[in-house]
Design a binder for this molecule. Structure first.
Ligand code: MG
Length: 291
């Protein structure tokens, strides 16, 4: 099974972060860009040189990011409590409020083929004592998954029932949205990945979900061209079928936060895991529209 999904072993390509998150492959620079959230900086690894450099510091605690159709990076900022665009280092806000209230601390983001921007908004960057943002209030009183239309500026809450929605990814045809909930038993719900049918820009729970043990927590996740879900799973990356049959487990030496497909042909899986960035060569690539 493993030989079908990956080729060769796990490599560690960088160590030196506190909490690595939010990886994306940036085609224009042929680099993986990711966040070291507590150190408030953005890092970039070049597979061509094998070197990692600091892309930015004092970045207001960026977290998840994705690629837009024009090749620019769209990212979440805990500190600015917004989703923003990075165009060659020039950062501008896309959306920071819902019904007159500030967002909590946007965590992860994907962009659909219709250019709508979908993101999660748990409170990790505003909680008391946070090292991943600035303490603050949950102004609108929930933690929602939102859909933002950049042209009209319309922000819609598409999922309001999850406790701490976190990672998210579409199925290849964008008919299903997978969302992780990292709240867990301490807040009265299981750690879980929940699937929603997407219809006319809204989400409807379709009855499919996966409950996870403590230690297998799913944070960020991606979906490949065959619809398989590649997810963080504690100190592992797990691969599931679209209906959550476990296909493969890849142990990782540190707790994994997120993954992204990248590399020159898009078939390298980059894994952000606590202090390090890891890589596994796969036989597939991301299903997302712009990756
Ligand atoms: Mg996350």
């Amino acid at each position: 099974m493993g030989a079908e999904l990956t080729v060769g072993g796990l490599e560690c390509v960088f160590t030196g972060s506190v909490w690595a998150e939010g990886p994306v492959w940036v085609p224009s620079s042929q680099t993986v860009r990711w966040s070291d959230i507590p150190n408030d900086r953005i890092l970039e690894f070049s597979p061509a040189t094998g070197m990692t450099r600091e892309y930015g510091q004092g970045v207001e605690f960026t977290n998840g990011r994705t690629l837009d159709a024009d090749g620019t990076v769209v990212q979440c900022s805990h500190g600015r409590r917004r989703v923003e665009r990075d165009r060659g280092g020039a950062v501008t806000g896309l959306v920071d409020s819902f019904q007159g209230c500030r967002l909590n601390s946007p965590n992860d983001v994907v962009i659909a083929r219709d250019s709508s921007v979908w993101f999660t908004d748990p409170p990790y960057g505003i909680l008391p004592g946070t090292k991943e943002g600035h303490e603050g209030e949950q102004e609108y009183g929930g933690c929602y998954v939102f859909r933002f239309e950049p042209v009209s500026g319309t922000l819609t809450a598409v999922i309001t029932e999850l406790v701490y929605p976190n990672g998210l990814a579409f199925s290849p045809d964008e008919s299903v949205l997978y969302v992780t909930d990292t709240a867990g038993p301490a807040r009265g719900v299981p750690l879980r990945i929940v699937a929603y049918d997407v219809l006319d820009g809204f989400c409807h729970r379709n009855g499919t979900s996966l409950e996870l043990e403590e230690g297998q927590a799913a944070d960020g996740l991606r979906v490949d061209v065959h619809g398989r879900i590649w997810t963080s799973a504690g100190e592992a990356v797990r691969v599931y079928s679209p209906s959550f049959d476990l296909l493969e487990t890849f142990p990782i030496p540190e707790r994994v936060s997120n993954v992204c497909f990248g590399g020159p042909d898009g078939q390298d899986l980059y894994i952000t895991a606590t202090t390090s960035l890891y890589r596994i060569r796969t036989t597939t690539r991301d299903a997302a529209a712009h990756s």
